[in-house]
Design a protein around this ligand. Structure first.
Ligand SMILES: Nc1ncnc2c1ncn2[C@@H]1O[C@H](COP(=O)(O)OP(=O)(O)O)[C@@H](O)[C@H]1O
Ligand SMILES: [Mg+2]
Length: 382
């Protein structure tokens, strides 16, 4: 075959593989809503299209590290051996600073190269880095290194990876929008639950009141009919309790990471206030920065202390304060002797609060006296 003609056919075949790979990626982005798997595909395709031994896609967390760093061409063993994820410094950081791609035949010669790699890091010289830009903002980068066959990456590679980066930008943006709308619907869902709770529990309690009144009226005239009414009282009360428990449980856990301790606490107090009619005053003076585990413990302690104050204290006023690393729940109710014999036998709630405090690396004190109310105080280590 005429050499020129052969080149054309070869080019055409290459082009068609390239287009197939590209169109596969685009279709995958459209079909797949799981952003990580879309990005994984993009990285694989980038490696394939660029003819690189290794490829990666990094999304910075804004604090000097990568929130995710998805690789292709690296075995799990190699990743394991290299140790922790790279940080967004040196050459990896360069693509996050400026929207310009970086193409070099030897990264180790670049002034931004820090001069060393972790022990198990493979030798890398040829390098292509392309930023992922969405609406003028650099949200990540695609990296290729070690051109197969020992050559360098080309302008053509850079152009192709640029295309993939544009698709990666769409996938990441979509995922973020999706996440935001999910958060919004969680908030809506919670508000709906609180409303439902209020409506259904109020209705049931109203039923309890009516049935109890009928039972009272019937008591002397028709003991049997009074019994039927009392049975209704008991059923309705049980239903109300179950409903309350279910909804409070639903309102509780998932939101903590999304909404933060202060908001979840505020919602919990709001629900209790509506359901019990009890005055509860919540003030958050300073929101502490806590790990999710720690925040969960603080929330559970607050919930138990509140539930005790509501059930046992007969208080006119309950105060909840979250001030930095200190949480207090105070009531002006009947008080009790925390070490007293009546409490000693059954103090599951008090004990679990103490255990949670210890788990969160803090300490719990319960100050209470008959007639003088109760204060539960949680101090976390700063
Ligand atoms: N705020 C409070 N006011 C009055 N008594 C309380 C208060 N908190 C706890 N108590 C007393 O301590 C006991 C033990 O509380 P707890 O361990 O939470 O168990 P439970 O709430 O299941 O009874 C309660 O039964 C109650 O007598
Ligand atoms: Mg209790």
């Amino acid at each position: 075959m005429n050499p020129a003609l052969r080149r054309v056919t070869l080019d055409a075949r290459m082009e068609s593989t390239t287009f197939r790979t590209l169109s596969d990626v685009v279709l995958a982005i459209a079909a797949d809503h799981e952003v990580d798997s879309v990005l994984q595909r993009i990285v694989h395709s980038a490696r394939e299209l660029g003819g690189a031994r290794y490829a990666a896609l990094g999304i910075p967390d804004g604090e000097g590290a990568f929130a995710s760093f998805i690789t292709s061409g690296m075995s799990d063993e190699l990743i394991e051996a290299m140790g922790p994820l790279p940080r967004t410094h040196g050459m990896l950081g360069a693509m996050l600073q400026s929207p310009e791609p970086q193409l070099t035949d030897d990264i180790t010669a670049d002034p931004r190269f820090r001069g060393w790699w972790p022990r198990a890091h493979p030798m890398m010289r040829s390098f292509l880095g392309v930023p992922i830009v969405a609406r003028g903002e650099i949200i990540g980068a695609i990296y290729l290194t070690v051109k197969e066959g020992g050559g360098q990456f080309t302008e053509e590679d850079q152009r192709l990876i640029g295309l993939l980066a544009a698709h990666a930008a769409i996938a990441i943006e979509n995922a973020r929008l999706h996440e935001r709308s999910r958060e919004l619907s969680i908030v809506e869902e919670r508000n709906r639950l609180a409303r439902d709770l209020h409506d259904s529990v109020t209705q049931r309690l109203f039923g309890v009141k009516l049935a109890a009144e009928s039972a009272l009226t019937l008591l002397n005239r028709d003991a049997c009919a009074a019994g039927v009414e009392l049975k209704r009282v008991s059923d309705l009360a049980r239903e109300a309790m179950e409903e309350l428990r279910a909804v409070v449980f639903e309102l509780r856990p998932a939101s903590l990471e999304a909404e933060g301790l202060a908001t979840v606490l505020r919602k919990h107090v709001e629900v209790l206030r509506r359901v019990t009619g009890q005055e509860i005053d919540l003030k958050v003076c300073e929101v502490p920065r806590l790990s999710p585990q720690c925040a969960t413990q603080v929330l559970r302690i607050a919930q138990e202390a509140l539930s005790n104050a509501l059930r046992h204290a007969d208080a006119t006023r309950i105060e909840v304060r979250l001030n930095g690393h200190t949480l207090t729940v105070t009531d002006d109710g009947v008080g009790f002797d925390p070490a007293g014999p009546e409490v000693r036998g059954q103090r599951l709630g008090l004990t679990s609060m103490e255990e949670r405090a210890t788990e969160a690396g803090g300490s719990l004190t319960v100050r209470s006296e008959h007639g003088l109310g109760t204060t539960v105080r949680l101090e976390l280590a700063p």
